[in-house]
Ligand binder design. Structure first.
Ligand code: PLP
Length: 393
């Protein structure tokens, strides 16, 4: 008998409802409201060629499939695939779209690991990239060559929070019959909907807000396009980059509160950005919710619910040495790589997340040695402020 819960239609539901319910029906055997962890390598087949939809956990796994359905449901697209890490998702994307000798146009500020992949792994196949200031979409048009096969952008960009206008860039990509891939890790599907703005592929490091508890590393690739999906699926199976069932299970639980968390992260971040802006030991604060943010209007237009995520970038008076002192002095915020979880994390991008980018290029794109990235957690904002204040003073 088919479960009555399978009949619930979530197409018109809000994102909080979708985050909790999409992809999930009570377990048909026990009624368990939580998705079981299908911790198995393989699946019994009734007869040769007759299976129940899964054959081997490198190709697919029922727990991972639930997370995929959930992500696809929230994003309003047909296809989602989950990966062992965000970088496994990006690697699968690039290996699926590009052949030897082809070219990517990439926004100039992206996660350092993405640059390392292109410059130190894919270079062996003569795959090249032009890194352009995509905040002026015209620069994208000018960088497109005969062998360009993909436009790849991150917005807000890690770590300088530079924004790119997804709608305008999608129009340019489509004029040239190229797909646009958007790394939407910083805002999550709750605060930014790249598909509604014309993106063809969306990438997540689920390690960040989607899990939200620093419990797992993971990634996802979403698309409306069946051919891209088939290629990502084939390459995931071939490269062996699928997510583990246990990680998928943890991420499913984390994702259920994403809507609530990302709004609270944004609220806390705005309070802290305003505090930093007023502090005499702070030289510069970058946060898309501040009126001083150079692309404030675009942030208002492109981000949903007047929320701009939990990441702040700032520089302190006294440059590099003082920045290091602040990062070495905080007690409540943890000095660590990563972002997007309940714990506030403080990072030195130049030596940590963006170390793979040569210093000259880093300086050109604003990742100075004195830049601090703060991932504002869900602690009481006054406690985060007290900790920062003590470190700054
Ligand atoms: N994309 C962005 C924007 C990131 O910040 C990161 C990691 O920090 C990645 C992708 C890579 O994800 P992962 O660390 O899960 O491999």
């Amino acid at each position: 008998m088919k479960s009555r819960y399978a009949q619930k239609d979530l197409t018109a539901a809000g994102t909080a409802t979708k985050s909790i319910h999409c992809g999930i029906t009570p377990d048909p055997v026990t009624g368990s409201i939580l998705t079981p962890i299908y911790q198995t390598a393989t699946y019994a087949q009734e007869q040769v060629g007759v299976d129940k939809g899964h054959t081997y956990s490198r190709a697919s796994n029922p727990t991972v499939s639930v997370l995929e359905k959930k992500l696809a449901g929230i994003e309003g697209v047909e296809y989602a695939l989950c990966f062992a890490t965000g970088m496994a998702a990006t690697t699968t994307l690039l290996l699926s779209i590009l052949r030897a000798g082809e070219h990517i146009v990439c926004s100039d500020v992206v996660y350092g690991g993405t640059v390392r992949l292109i410059e130190q792994v894919l270079d062996r196949f003569d795959i090249t990239a032009s890194y352009v200031d995509a905040s002026n979409p015209e620069n994208i048009s000018q960088a497109i060559k005969d062998n360009t096969r993909l436009i790849f952008i991150e917005t807000p960009a890690n770590p300088t929070l530079k924004l790119n206008d997804i709608k305008k860039i999608a129009a340019i990509a489509h004029k040239h019959k190229l797909p646009l891939a958007v790394d939407n890790t910083f805002l999550s599907p709750i605060l930014q909907k790249p598909f509604d703005l014309g993106a063809d592929i969306v990438i997540y490091s689920t390690t960040k807000y989607i899990d939200g508890h620093n419990a797992t590393v993971g990634g996802a690739l979403l698309t409306k396009n069946q051919d891209y999906h088939a290629s990502f699926d084939f390459n995931r199976k071939t490269l062996g980059s699928i997510q583990s069932p246990f990680d998928a299970w943890l991420i499913i639980q984390g994702l259920k509160t994403l809507d609530l968390r990302i709004k609270k992260h944004s609220e806390n971040a705005l309070i802290i950005a305003k505090f930093l802006e007023e502090h005499h030991k702070v030289a510069k604060v970058i946060y898309p919710g501040l009126k001083s943010f150079p692309q404030y209007k675009l942030a208002q237009r492109q981000h949903l619910g007047s929320c701009h995520g939990g990441i702040i970038a700032f520089e302190v008076v006294g440059g590099y040495k003082k920045a290091i002192k602040v990062m070495n002095s905080v007690l409540l915020s943890t000095l660590a790589e990563s972002l997007g979880a309940v714990e506030s994390l403080i990072t030195h991008p130049a030596s940590m997340t963006h170390g793979p980018i040569p210093k000259k290029q880093r300086n050109k794109i604003g990742i100075t040695d004195g830049l601090i990235r703060l991932s504002v957690g869900l602690e009481n904002p006054e406690d985060i402020i007290a900790d920062l204040n003590a470190a700054l003073n």
